[in-house]
Design a protein. Structure first.
Length: 304
């Protein structure tokens, strides 16, 4: 079967692109290797998506994927491991199947970056987490450490502080970098303290799990913070390994696309947080998806 467009990823960018493509009567399908909604489904709260006021990330993600299901958009729960070119056709391979399409929209977003320090891998998802809304309730009435000082770290730390007895923020800079409103909310919480100019040296553990986090400040001094769990928010890595052969990413792995969401490969588009861009927000990802789908339509008019 030859699709008009295959969309890789079902976050806000991918879902929006799929909706626009379906409404244009294109033969479209959307790939998802994990959970529809992408990183959106893991956010505690969304307050800046126009019209939605304030709601949990998973609620907005559910609304988006339900919209796609109502339009009978095909969702393929499989991982695309490569995209290859065969003339004007795009060949997408999964571990078990091969798909053909006239056009492709990459909307795979990012995954959390890790620290790469001792015991991190051993404690991953068993003491160390990257999703407060997913795992925060596991640490009710316990002590936590949050790594990072940007919007994600600060906003999620505020939520975690409503559950934990104490939260320590570890930031490698001299101050937080999150929006001032988010900072004010966090600083007003009585059970939160901060360690600035500090990085994680190692995670401490015993047979039962995490016991603490050892940090090092810019003077080389070590301190071990007693903790039952840790949440890391130190940035994201674009999911683009499967398209490295196309030569459309920069040295950091982000896709280089123009204002039409076109890459330098005809018929290959990219949208959302996976792109080189100024602002990575739900609303800009959705906009990218709409733009990509509209330009796929124009591309298909000349496809042979």
């Amino acid at each position: 079967m030859l699709y008009d467009v295959l969309i890789i990823g079902s976050g806000p960018a991918g879902i929006t692109a799929a909706i626009y493509a379906k409404r244009a009567n294109l033969k479209v399908a959307m790939f998802e290797r994990d959970t529809p909604g992408g990183q959106l489904s893991k956010y505690n709260e969304i307050e800046n998506y126009t019209g939605a006021k304030k709601l949990a990330g998973y609620e907005l993600a559910t609304m988006m994927i339900d919209h796609a299901y109502e339009l009978d958009i095909e969702v393929i729960y499989d991982e695309v491991i490569s995209v290859e070119l065969e003339g004007n056709k795009k060949i997408l391979k999964t571990p078990s199947t091969v798909y053909e399409s006239k056009a492709v929209i990459v909307a795979t977003g990012n995954v959390p970056r890790r620290l790469g320090v001792p015991n991190e891998d051993k404690l991953a998802m068993n003491g160390i987490s990257w999703c407060a809304i997913c795992d925060g309730p596991l640490y009710k009435d316990r002590k936590l450490v949050v790594i990072g000082g940007g919007n994600s770290a600060v906003e999620e730390a505020s939520y975690l502080a409503t559950l934990a007895t104490h939260v320590t923020i570890v930031q490698n800079l001299a101050d937080l970098t999150a929006d001032m409103k988010a900072q004010d909310i966090l600083r007003a919480m009585p059970n939160v303290d901060f360690r600035y100019n500090s990085v994680v040296d190692r995670f401490e553990m015993n047979d039962q799990g995490m016991t603490g986090v050892t940090i090092k400040n810019n003077k080389g001094e070590l301190e071990t913070i007693s903790a039952d769990g840790c949440f890391e928010y130190i940035g994201l890595i674009p999911v683009t390994d499967f398209i490295q052969n196309l030569g459309i990413t920069n040295k950091w792995g982000y896709v280089e696309a123009n204002e039409k969401m076109e890459t330098k490969v005809p018929g290959v588009y990219s949208a959302g947080d996976v792109n080189v861009k100024q602002i990575r927000q739900v609303i800009t990802a959705a906009a990218d998806g709409a733009i990509a789908a509209q330009n796929v339509l124009k591309y298909l008019e000349t496809w042979k």
